[in-house]
Design a protein around this ligand. Structure first.
Ligand SMILES: [Zn+2]
Length: 475
């Protein structure tokens, strides 16, 4: 599939790192980066965007297969349901998928993400093995399914094969339900090596991801850093950390240190790192992460859905901390909804309004969008300039379904409406590194992607029904 390639565009109104600007002619290089940007009346007759344009956001944390289980875990099955009972259902679901299913689900998700304001994805990929827990003949089989989904949709992929070896702190043995995730260091190294050439050919970025301090020991994380220096120097490193109170308690019980403290004890955390969730932080941990230049990967809708807790966003942003947003379990695919939930979590806790604005961006939506774009790009190992020279030619055209609502206010309020009014803003065009993946709301392959997804879901439903009859669902 090849998409239209644009060599430039003229924006009537665009969100740049300096705020909203009008009448911008922007030129793109063959590498999909912005080569020039100036205010003029479009003397070169570049294609004109009359609607407001915003930079595309990189979704910095996704487990693609979970898109297909959205809605399956909203029934109370235990006296107190929690992250941990949700995880049992997720494991059960993960144990049914074929490579073909994985590819169909990921493509359907990536299509939805493109239409949800995202132009890049960081896939935190931990389902590696065949159904019985043995590696596929090609170890990287399921990663290649993700590659294919990114190629078909045009979403910019940073792929993180996940190292997963244990069930809890102290190197506890994995459980039977984790058998598709488990690898040793040699197997992991072989997978990374096998993925380097296909990733390079397709223009994907590869990174490294110890799943969590529960699933990788300090010694293993040290070895992973050595492997990184050998195979993928300076690549992004992501890890789940401090998502759940129980995780903090388990960490303290194991060696008396909180999860983020443990991470800083053992790893050279810097701006190449992304700490996913980081929900439960001490004052000192907030300051250390902000100072390190690492990005915190917030997944506000999933964190709300799972009852994780509320991230200390006001404190963290006040200290200049970098953050981005991830769709994680993919219960929603709209960047706007993640940002709305992030702001609302702080409003509900602090009983204030317009909490996550800044002096430079008094509009909450523009501030959150800009910072999430920058943090997402940093976490993906991509240029983080946004709509400015050197930045990615990746942008989203916002089309209001209700243009009369904006007539009375400034056009700059389009993004405020998009994030907070919740009336279903559409996207028009979505351009990823100069390639028009979505045109006037339509993707050229969407019929096929929908059909493949429907076929995959029919197969999965059959398998789930058979297994549910065995009485193992939610066990
Ligand atoms: Zn996750």
């Amino acid at each position: 599939m090849s998409f239209d390639t644009l060599t430039g565009a003229h924006f009537r109104l665009a969100l740049t790192p300096e705020g909203w600007r009008r009448n911008l002619s922007v030129t793109f290089g063959p590498d999909g980066l912005i080569t020039g940007l100036r205010e003029d009346d479009n003397p070169d007759r570049l294609p004109v965007y009359e609607n407001p344009v915003v930079p595309g956001i990189t979704d910095l944390h996704s487990h693609a297969f979970q898109y297909a289980m959205a809605g399956l875990s909203e029934v109370r099955r235990n006296p107190v349901d929690s992250f941990w009972s949700w995880r049992d259902i997720m494991y059960f679901f993960a144990l049914t998928l074929s490579p073909e299913d994985m590819q169909a689900i990921a493509a359907r998700l990536y299509l939805a993400l493109l239409k949800g304001g995202y132009t890049g994805i960081v896939e935190f990929h931990y389902v590696h093995n065949d159904l019985d827990g043995t590696p596929y003949a090609r170890r990287e089989e399921l990663s290649l399914a993700i590659f294919e989904a990114a190629r078909a949709t045009g979403l910019d992929l940073t792929h993180l094969p996940v190292f997963y070896a244990h069930s809890n702190f102290g190197g506890l043995a994995p459980t039977e339900g984790q058998r598709r995730f488990i690898q040793d260091l040699d197997g992991y190294a072989a997978m990374l090596e096998a993925l380097r050439a296909p990733a390079r050919e397709a223009g994907h970025t590869l990174g490294i991801a110890p799943h969590s301090l529960r699933a990788a020991t300090p010694e293993e994380i040290t070895r992973l850093m050595e492997l990184r220096a050998d195979l993928l120097p300076d690549c992004p490193v992501h890890i789940h950390v401090a998502e759940q109170v129980k995780e903090v308690e388990d960490a303290l019980a194991w060696n008396g240190r909180r999860p983020v403290e443990q991470l800083f004890d053992i790893a050279p955390v810097d701006r190449r790192w992304c700490l996913i969730h980081a929900t439960h932080l001490s004052d000192d941990e907030v300051a250390r992460i902000a100072r390190s230049g690492a990005t915190v990967g917030l997944c506000p809708m999933t964190e709300a859905n799972l009852g994780d807790g509320i991230f200390r966003a006001t404190d963290y942003l006040a200290q200049g901390g970098s953050f981005g947003i991830g769709s994680d379990s993919n219960i929603t695919t709209f960047a706007a909804q993640e940002l709305q939930q992030l702001e609302y979590s702080q409003r509900l806790r602090d009983r204030q309004r317009n909490v996550l604005a800044s002096d430079a961006f008094p509009n909450v939506a523009a501030n959150l969008w800009t910072r999430a774009m920058q943090g997402g790009a940093r976490a993906a190992g991509r240029p983080e300039q946004g709509l400015a020279p050197g930045g990615m030619a990746s942008f989203v055209e916002l089309v209001s379904p209700e243009p009369e609502a904006l007539a009375a206010v400034a056009p700059e309020a389009a993004l405020d409406f998009h994030v907070f009014a919740g009336r279903g803003f559409h996207v028009g065009d979505v351009v990823v590194r100069g390639r028009r993946t979505v045109q006037a709301g339509h993707h050229p392959l969407e019929d096929r992607i929908h059909a493949d997804y429907a076929a995959a879901m029919a197969r999965i439903s059959e398998r789930l029904a058979a297994r549910d009859a065995d009485g193992r669902m939610g066990g």
